[in-house]
Design a protein around this ligand. Structure first.
Ligand SMILES: O=C(O)CC1=CCC(=O)O1
Length: 265
């Protein structure tokens, strides 16, 4: 079922939910310059019986595009709004890159909503304010298309940058609204979650792509290791977006984690 959910400031967020009403909930948050279709291939490979909620972040996909910049706190409050609008509790929250930052910050703020985390290709801090300022200036000046080669190369690496997954990612990236992209760049720029995440105590699976140049395995691991008892796995032959590029290799460790914590239908 698709539904528009109103965020606290009135921004309308495009959401999609599927699976049995009483199934254990899995919430999926996508990366910067992508949208909820990022999960299309991976969802059917997850255990049956899950209630799966995903949404387009503000400024992305079918959601409204308020004026930039956005704060990470606003993106977290959007996540709360979509979860609460669907009456979900005790969710496993899986986020990739920007979505993984939202996941971490949501768990810090609302442990009552989040039972466990899957943090994929993400970190407590990504890049530097200078890098993000330059990215924002570049897209504001000439749009996303001239940035696409560099982004796709970072996401997929030289080996896979011409493949079908990269072509799909490029289409979604270049179709993203500049205002929405810049707004979310600002949210990433202003985020450093190292201290609050080190206080988290919950089941956590961390995943990295062996070929990821945006959030390389060592960077991801540094964040995952902050939480005692967490697991960490590298998805081989995958870049920054493993659910799109290697859906089976991403879904396998996630499914195993969900079974291990008893979060299956
Ligand atoms: O766009 C990138 O290269 C890396 C990135 C940071 C946050 C996100 O979602 O992607």
């Amino acid at each position: 079922m698709r539904r528009m959910v109103e965020a606290r400031d009135g921004t309308r967020l495009a959401t999609r939910i599927a699976g049995p009403e009483n199934g254990p909930a899995l919430v999926l948050a996508h990366a910067l310059g992508t949208d909820m279709t990022l999960w299309d291939e991976a969802i059917p490979l997850l255990p049956e019986g899950l209630r799966v909620l995903r949404w387009d972040m503000r400024g992305h996909g079918g959601s409204d595009v308020p004026a930039a910049p956005y704060a990470m706190g606003t993106l977290v409050s959007d996540a709360e709004a979509v979860i609460e609008a669907h009456d979900l509790r005790e969710v496993v929250f899986a986020g990739i890159s920007l979505g993984g930052m939202v996941a971490q910050a949501l768990a810090v703020k609302r442990l009552d909503l989040v039972r466990a985390l899957v943090l994929s290709n993400t970190a407590a801090k990504i890049g530097t304010p200078k890098l993000w300022d330059e990215r924002i200036a570049a897209v504001r000046q000439s749009g996303l298309a001239p940035q696409a080669d560099a982004v796709i190369e970072r996401w997929f690496g030289p080996r896979s940058r011409m493949g079908p997954a990269a072509a799909r990612a490029r289409r979604v990236l270049t179709g993203t609204d500049v205002e929405g992209y810049a707004g979310c760049c600002a949210a990433v720029s202003g985020t450093d979650l190292y201290t609050p995440v080190s206080g988290l105590r919950l089941p956590l699976l961390g995943l990295a792509g062996s070929e990821d140049r945006s959030t390389p395995p060592d960077l991801v691991r540094e964040t995952i290791d902050l939480v005692p008892g967490s697991r960490f796995e590298i998805v081989r032959r995958a870049g920054h977006l493993p659910p799109l590029e290697r859906p089976a290799d991403w879904a396998a460790p996630v499914s195993e984690f969900l079974r291990a914590i008893g979060h299956t239908g």
